[in-house]
Design a protein around this ligand. Structure first.
Ligand code: ITT
Length: 193
C-alpha cells in the first residue's frame, strides 16, 4: 500500500482524486493530517504554484505527498483566468462570482474554445515530479447543471454535449484534466514499483 498526503484544501478535488485511486494507494487529506495552514500560491504559473503547494507540505511533514493546481484557460481571453482561476472575481474565491465574471468577459465573443489544465506536483522520497492533464472544450453561453464545482456548469468537453456539471463523476472522469494528470502519475508509480 502506498500512502500520500494530498496537499489541497479543496474537498471537491479530494472527492475526485479518491474516485480515481487504485486498491494499492491511500490518500490522506490535509484535515486528516491535522494540517490547517493556508498554502500560498504566489507564482504566475500553474506549474510553480503546484510545486509550491506540495513542497510546503513536504517540508512540514517529510512525507510523500502531491498537490495539484488547475486553471481554466480561455483562448479568446488569451489564457485567462488561467493561474488566477480560483480568485478571478476576487479573494473570496466564490465559484458563482467567478463564473459570472467569465461569462461577462466573454459577451460577444464568437470563439468560445477553452481548456482546463491540471498540473500535479508529486514529492516522492524528496524529489519532485510533475504530470499534466488537459481537457479541451468550449464555454457555454449560460451555466447548466448542479454537479461538480467551480467552472463545471459552463464547460463542455470535446466529445460530449453536456457540461461537466451535468455529468456524474464517472462521466466527468472520462474527459477530465484531473483524471488525465492522475493517470500519468499512476502509471509513473506503477513503473517505479
Ligand atoms: P487548492 O489550491 O487548495 O488545491 P483551490 O480551489 O484553490 O484548491 P486551484 O488553486 O487549483 O484550487 O484553483 C482552481 C480554480 O479552478 C478554482 O476556482 C476551482 O473551483 C476551479 N477548478 C479547478 N478544477 C476544476 C474542475 O475540475 N472543474 C471546474 N472548476 C475547477
Amino acid at each position: 500500500m502506498i500512502e500520500f498526503i494530498f496537499a489541497t484544501h479543496n474537498p471537491n478535488k479530494v472527492v475526485e482524486i479518491c474516485s480515481l485511486l487504485g486498491e494499492n494507494m491511500h490518500i490522506i487529506s490535509l484535515d486528516e493530517a491535522g494540517l490547517y495552514e493556508d498554502i500560498p500560491e504566489p507564482y504566475d504559473t500553474i506549474e510553480a504554484n503546484a510545486g509550491e503547494k506540495s513542497s510546503v507540505i513536504y517540508r512540514l511533514t517529510g512525507k510523500d505527498c502531491f498537490s495539484e493546481d488547475t486553471g481554466l484557460e480561455v483562448d479568446s481571453l488569451h489564457g485567462a483566468p488561467g493561474v488566477h482561476s480560483a480568485r478571478y472575481a476576487g479573494p473570496q474565491k466564490s465559484a458563482g462570482d467567478n463564473v459570472a465574471l467569465l461569462l461577462q468577459n466573454m459577451l460577444g465573443k464568437k470563439d468560445r474554445r477553452a481548456q482546463f489544465r491540471t498540473v500535479i506536483s508529486l514529492f516522492l522520497h524528496g524529489q519532485e515530479y510533475q504530470f499534466e492533464g488537459i481537457s479541451r472544450g468550449a464555454i457555454t453561453l449560460v451555466p447548466s447543471g448542479d454537479n461538480g464545482f467551480g467552472y463545471d456548469p459552463v464547460f463542455i468537453p470535446d466529445g460530449s454535449d453536456h457540461t461537466f456539471a451535468e455529468m456524474d463523476l464517472n462521466e466527468k472522469n472520462k474527459f477530465s484534466h484531473r483524471a488525465k494528470a492522475f493517470s500519468k502519475l499512476y502509471a509513473f508509480l506503477k513503473e517505479k514499483s
